[in-house]
Design a protein around this ligand. Structure first.
Ligand code: NAD
Ligand code: DAU
Length: 350
């Protein structure tokens, strides 16, 4: 058996990843360390409460004392580092927490991992740093997709903080020999995504007959990847990736935002018998400052070296995602707390 530390395992991707590992990797135990910010929900793993393979610790990656205790007690065989502040718009209105969590938090986790790696010499140890394609900056419509050697050029406080954390992770490999791998992934969607992000926000606003806010002209392009594909890729990179290397992960599904919102309107209308009226809710609003125009991922290296390619098509997985939200309205309503309503008012009230 291996024991794996997962940070941020109660957020969107972390939740899906914990469930993926519990099903597909019966030889891995998981300790999920999560501070339960607004984005983390321990109820996501209610079904695991009695499972001896799963342990939840409510705590902060900034707490070096707690990290030391956990590494000493569990002698982890590897780390999947998801914990982060992840929303670009929030980083624009309040950047400081992004520096604290994403940069300092990653630093503390690297320090704890290095100390454990030196002391206990765990075989095949990996520190998998989960990062984003946003570190590469913005592409023009005709530019070739991001490769692993594309220079970093982040635009937002979020992507600048992730870029910094990537550099620290790589530096801990080059300077100290900590076996780090970095993954840079495109936009995820799927179950348990917090409804501040485009896809769940639009699904829920359609259901509530609220305006569907499209920034600028809706022409910005993202490469969409179903979260289950991302989880599979991460586990494979952990097993097969070379220490010190970066692996890009993408879905090969470039869509502009207006196209995504229109598709959501049509699918939700079909499923709820609304008869094609939801597109009337589309509302063009002020653009995001520093809004990157296009992301696209070249994931040839991950395909060739790791053997991963995305399985899910955008159309099918988007339809499944809508079904999940329709079937889990209790989950949705439970996270639409006062804090959530304040954010929506602050961001869209204008
Ligand atoms: P999320 O915001 O849904 O979840 C983040 C989780 O981290 C939450 O459970 C939160 O409680 C926890 N957390 C925050 N600060 C913490 C701290 N100081 N200590 C411990 N836990 C803390 O994020 P997500 O969308 O699931 O993204 C997870 C990771 O994947 C992030 O590192 C993000 O940069 C990266 N990523 C996300 C996407 C995407 O499309 N969502 C794409 C590529 C990469
Ligand atoms: O590319 C990977 C990144 O994808 C991750 O690193 C981030 O953690 C994740 O949040 C996501 O970032 P984006 O900024 O691309 O995702 P978001 O869902 O916020 O926005 C997607 C696109 O939709 C973007 O071009 C902005 C636009 N948008 C978003 C919102 C919330 C709108 O037009 N209206 C909105 O209300």
């Amino acid at each position: 058996m291996k024991t794996i530390l997962v940070t941020g395992g109660s957020g969107f991707i972390g939740t899906n990843f914990v469930k993926y590992v519990m099903t597909h990797y019966p030889q891995w135990n998981i300790l999920n360390l999560d501070a339960l910010t607004y984005a983390g929900n321990p109820e996501n793993h209610r079904e695991l409460s009695d499972d001896p393979r799963y342990t939840f610790v409510h705590g902060d990656i900034l707490d070096a004392g707690l990290l030391k205790k956990l590494f000493d007690a569990h002698r982890f065989d590897g780390v999947f580092h998801f914990a982060a502040e992840s929303h670009v718009d929030r980083s624009i209105t309040g950047p400081e927490v992004f520096l604290n969590t994403n940069i300092m938090g990653t630093f503390k986790l690297l320090e704890a991992s290095l100390s454990h790696f030196r002391k206990n010499k765990p075989a095949d140890f990996r520190f998998l740093h989960v990062s984003t394609d946003e570190v590469y900056g913005s592409l023009g419509f005709e530019d070739p997709a991001f490769r692993e050697d594309t220079p970093y050029d982040p635009s937002s406080p979020y992507s600048a903080s992730k870029a910094s954390s990537d550099h620290f992770a790589k530096a801990y490999f080059k300077t100290y020999g900590l076996p780090v791998v970095v993954t840079n992934c495109s936009n995820n969607y799927g179950p348990y995504q917090f409804p501040e992000k485009l896809i769940p926000l639009v699904i829920l606003n359609i259901l509530d007959k609220k305006p569907l806010p499209v920034y600028g002209k809706g022409e910005n392009i993202r490469d969409w990847l179903y979260v289950a594909d991302h989880c599979e890729a991460l586990a494979k990179v952990f097993e097969k990736g070379t220490a010190g290397e970066t692996y890009n992960i993408g879905g090969g599904e470039e869509k502009n935002n207006l196209e995504v919102v229109q598709t959501l309107c049509d699918l939700v209308d079909q499923k709820t018998g609304k008869n094609g009226t939801s597109r009337d809710l589309i509302t063009f609003v002020a653009d995001r400052p520093g809004h990157d125009i296009r992301y696209a991922i070249n994931s040839d290296k991950t395909r060739d070296e790791i053997g991963f390619t995305a399985r899910y098509s955008f159309e099918q997985a988007l339809s499944d995602t809508i079904d999940w939200y329709l079937e889990n309205l209790d989950w949705v309503r439970s996270i639409q707390t006062g804090e959530y309503r304040q954010w929506i008012e602050k961001q869209y009230g204008r």
